[in-house]
Design a protein around this ligand. Sequence first.
Ligand SMILES: Cc1cc2nc3c(=O)[nH]c(=O)nc-3n(C[C@H](O)[C@H](O)[C@H](O)COP(=O)(O)O)c2cc1C
Ligand SMILES: O=C(O)C(=O)c1ccccc1
Length: 372
Amino acid sequence: MTTATSRTGSGNGTGTDPGPAGEASGRALAVREFERLARARLDPAHYDYFAGGAGDEVTLRANEAAFGRLALLPRVLRGAAGPDLGVTLLGRRAATPVLVAPTAFHRLAHPDGERATARAAAAAGTIMIVSMAATVAVEDVAAAAPDAELWFQLYAQSDAAFTEAVVRRAEAAGCSALVVTADSPARGRRERELRRGFTDLPDGLRCENLRDGGRVRPIEMWPGLSWEHLAFLRRITALPIVLKGVLHPDDARRALGHGVAALLVSNHGGRQLDSVPATIDALPEIAAAVDGAVPVLLDGGIRRGTDVLKALALGADAVAVGRPVIWGLAADGERGVARVLGLLRDEVEQALTLCGCASVRDLDPGMVRRTC
Ligand SMILES: Cc1cc2nc3c(=O)[nH]c(=O)nc-3n(C[C@H](O)[C@H](O)[C@H](O)COP(=O)(O)O)c2cc1C
Ligand SMILES: O=C(O)C(=O)c1ccccc1
């Protein structure tokens, strides 16, 4: 297995001395610059774990490339005052339409791990979806950021009693929604991980939400997961359920019949089945199928404020970012995540203003054109 992260900067991870990477992160003008800063600081095996996708990485590339094929058609002379970026999701107000997607192993990126991410999300007024594969226990994430709005991402396990115990922990920690990942009946085949021999966490790091008495269970990506288990989850918890990883409009319709509170259009950042469409290309059909019945969220390839506008215009109520948060965290801990979320917020505000929109509700599909 790989060793601890090699840090080329002098940042000490405690948040006092930014060091060279910290200074550079303060100067970074765009989310993509954080990927370079992160790469310079991370063990190459860990960088490849975070960055990589399944198979030939066709879908990984498509997620970003598809945004580049869409153009925004701004409206003029609408006299719109400074835009309101807020969104209401499942009864909760978020200050921006950019949420933190669930990603595993934040302590591989920075010693403060998910604690730092949660504090930055709280400071940005947005929602953090805590991964079931977090390296800080959900209770400790909540305690580190008491103001954070947390949702909990669940990989339902074949052991129903254990699954229920994990749900109870998320509830008790104050999470306000359960995000059930549906795109992972098996783990995607990620060749960068295989090439690097990245098979396990380094000593000292664990999936803290999988502790069960004295041991830590391995996480299962379980092919048996079915609509019946969704019904089971609805029976055992009053938390609203967000179904993550829906790409087919028939599944979106079926999910509505199962009482889901929201859908998250996702291809797992291109890490599961390669060759599935870019999420922004799958969105319009899903939005049409859902037809406003529940909020629709999207993740995958969001790197700019204009990407956020395109997704909102094509029917998403909010979006989430996965890797950008990891890059911010690896570059400069809590401050780096705050900077990434702040850059995206400012870009969304600027783009809304330039599109003549007073709020995210002013966006519609007529403001997006396919260019090729
Ligand atoms: C390193 C990494 C770990 C991830 N871990 C999880 C996870 O534990 N649970 C989950 O539902 N999705 C997980 N995802 C998928 C993300 O929630 C999200 O769908 C994806 O990262 C969005 O694409 P983006 O990275 O281009 O923003 C992970 C993604 C990455 C890159
Ligand atoms: O790496 C991932 O994409 C992921 O979802 C995951 C799931 C379980 C454990 C670790 C990572």
